[in-house]
Design a binder for this molecule. Structure first.
Ligand code: XIL
Length: 349
């Protein structure tokens, strides 16, 4: 009996779960939390779970909290896969970031083809936000409340939530976004609420529009806590001008008193040659340092961690190799680039 108890204690998953890998150890010494997107599909893959549970401090479900997944029918929510990820995070000492409540993609058929009036859509979205956030209250500390609401030229994207037909604020600019934040705050007053977008990393028309919105929200007491910068990039972004514009952009948002998260970092490549992998490692380190040097930058999160399951080849023809581990779970130069940045070495990057 005593031996059995001892054996079960030694092999107990909770004790294993406390292992800190080198990256997580290095990240723990900073104000920046290191996260990754993860998918419940791969929780049965021991290589996947070993790295996920030991090298990262934060987990964000890659798809499992999106509208179509958690709310597949009007009167049915399905939290099973998202719950599995949240439990995994809890068992491995990881924080959870929620993604996402208001987005024009991954909306279920029953919503997109439902011919609802603005009043009906408004009730549907308010209920959706309340139900999902309350389910995870106390377990999800931050939410991407609204995702990708702007076009690249800074105009608002025409979506089912904005003006097609929208939730009742069509043509009123960012008023519908404000409404979503108010609903989210009412649902879970303790959660940190984020606006998240891609292609908003440097100073340009798109980030100007997001900045103007954020500034207005701060002035009017809208409960906006921070901005998520997705950072899906390739090597063409790695120029001194881009990096300094990124730092300048982060600084202006920080000056509004906002928390900044880099939420979906990946660096896609055209080939997996040693030269490309080295350039990628250098760029990962530069981005990490930009975040580490900005006190308001509190999260650095990659969009997955192994090339085995990256979204890149499905969405960017001819491109791949975007993450820190290769498809066989070998650490890539990018892993060591990030590690070096977190360890505070390699100041010459
Ligand atoms: C992507 C997922 O990685 C894919 O698996 C899915 O098929 C589509 O969505 N911006 C976002 C993320 O905010 O939710 C997207 O994730 C990638 C772009």
């Amino acid at each position: 009996m005593a031996i059995l108890l001892l054996v079960s204690l030694i092999s107990c998953p909770v004790s294993r779960s406390r292992t800190n890998g080198p990256l997580r150890k290095a990240a723990r010494t900073h104000h920046v939390k290191l996260g990754t997107a993860a998918s419940a599909l791969h929780l049965g893959d021991p290589n996947y779970t070993r790295i996920l549970g030991s090298e990262f401090e934060q987990l964000e479900p890659e798809n499992e909290m999106k509208f179509a997944r958690v709310h597949p029918e009007r009167r049915r929510y399905d939290f099973r896969n998202a719950d599995a990820l949240v439990s995994f995070a809890g068992a491995h000492g990881m924080a959870v970031r929620g993604h996402t409540l208001v987005w024009h993609r991954q909306v279920p058929q029953w919503v997109s083809a439902g011919n609802f009036s603005p009043a009906e859509l408004s009730a549907i979205l308010e209920d959706h936000i309340a139900t999902v956030m309350q389910h995870y209250a106390g377990r999800v500390y931050a939410w991407d409340v609204v995702n990708e609401a702007f076009n690249d030229d800074g105009t608002l994207r025409n979506t089912i939530w904005y003006d097609q037909p929208g939730v009742g604020h069509a043509g009123m600019g960012t008023r519908y976004i404000e409404q979503a934040f108010a609903w989210a705050h009412a649902a879970d007053p303790k959660a940190k609420l984020f606006y998240n977008d891609y292609g908003a990393e440097v100073m340009d028309q798109k980030s100007d529009a997001i900045y103007a919105m954020a500034q207005g929200f701060k002035q009017h007491g809208v409960p906006l806590d921070g901005i998520g910068f997705q950072a899906h990039v390739d090597l063409a972004y790695d120029t001194p001008e881009t990096l300094s514009s990124f730092a300048e952009n982060l600084q202006r948002f920080a000056s509004l008193g906002l928390e900044l998260h880099i939420t979906e970092l990946d660096i896609r490549l055209r080939d997996g040659s040693p030269a490309s992998l080295a350039a990628q490692a250098k760029f990962y380190a530069e981005i990490a340092k930009t975040c580490l040097q900005q006190p308001a930058c509190k999260v650095l999160q990659t969009w997955g961690f192994t090339d085995r399951y990256s979204w890149i080849p499905r969405y960017y023809p001819q491109m791949d190799w975007a993450l820190l581990w290769d498809a066989e779970y070998r650490k890539k130069p990018a892993y060591f680039g990030l590690l070096t940045a977190f360890e505070g070495k390699g100041k010459s990057f």
